[in-house]
Design a protein around this ligand. Structure first.
Ligand code: SF4
Ligand code: MG
Length: 283
């Protein structure tokens, strides 16, 4: 068993001082230690964006992938070595714009992966353009008269795509975030955790103060039942998607890889996948 310090490496993050991504990095390291993992049992796969750098800042296996493609790579890693705990990570632009096709299908496929989205409601790395998560009317260099597009509601979309674990948190609430990542790692199947992570340099609207005033913590609803999908959808809609906590969990569905014949015994990378002559004749 490792301490969270063992998930640190000597690479100094080059995020702007105050960026929400620092706390997400710390929460992943703490959650990994709390779930009893060692660095060699964890793989962190990221996409492109400020958020994508995270795989280089955690002492574990890691791959800084290509834009919007963290999830296909993460699923390949999991299929090749089922013994690894796989965390995929990226920003809202990465996962909900160019990567949205992969996100939806990864959700419905339900592989045993935890996907952490660092949602700052803007493109940070390219110096501040409107993302699918930006609010209507949001003014940036790409929408100087204000965005006229509808804001994407990723967790409503996740619920309708058949997600088995849906959570949301705020980078400042590191206690809640760490606990949710731990739950996501333990969940059998795909867990999506959207994390509000303020971009202090380019997003002057959705600031720490703005989130503190507007987010609604599920702790204020003691009767809330996270196994009720309709209630989850309703609460998300009622709160304008600003709900934090464990929003939905379905523990009845098996993960994708645990339904593949022989996968439990032998990882795909070690299986003989060549067709027999008879199978070949049937092609
Ligand atoms: Fe963070 Fe924004 Fe700076 Fe990127 S530009 S490191 S998202 S504060
Ligand atoms: Mg972003």
């Amino acid at each position: 068993m490792a301490t969270f310090k063992e998930f640190r490496n000597n690479v100094k993050p080059n995020w702007c001082p105050g960026c929400g991504d620092f706390s997400i990095q710390a929460a992943i390291q703490r959650a990994a230690a709390n779930t009893g993992l060692t660095p060699e049992e964890l793989a962190v796969i990221s996409g492109i964006g400020c958020s994508g750098r995270i795989s280089g800042y955690i002492h574990a296996y890691g791959l800084h992938g290509i834009h919007g493609r963290a999830l296909p790579i993460a699923q390949g890693v999991k299929l090749a070595n089922r013994d690894l705990t796989v965390i995929a990570s990226g920003g809202d632009g990465d996962g909900f714009a160019i990567g949205m096709g992969h996100t939806i299908h990864a959700i419905r496929r339900n592989m045993n992966i935890t996907y952490i989205v660092m949602d700052n409601q803007i493109y940070g790395l390219t110096k501040g353009q409107t993302s699918p998560r930006s609010a209507e009317g949001f003014v940036t260099k790409s929408t100087p008269s204000g965005s006229i597009e509808t804001t994407l509601s990723p967790l409503e979309l996740a619920l309708s795509a058949g997600a088995t674990f849906v959570a949301q948190s705020f980078s400042s609430d590191i206690k809640q975030l760490t606990a949710l990542i731990e739950e996501g790692i333990k969940h059998e199947g795909f867990s999506i955790i959207n994390v509000f992570s303020p971009c202090v340099t380019f997003n002057k609207v959705n600031t720490y103060e703005w989130f503190k005033e507007n987010i609604v913590n599920l702790d204020s609803f003691p009767d809330y039942d996270p196994s009720n999908r309709i209630q989850a959808m309703t609460k998300l809609m009622e709160t304008g998607g600003l709900l934090t906590g464990l929003i939905y969990q379905d523990q009845s569905r098996k993960s994708y890889e645990n339904q593949i014949q022989g996968f439990k015994e032998t990882p795909l990378a070690q299986q003989d996948l060549a067709l027999t002559e008879e199978q070949f004749d049937h092609l």
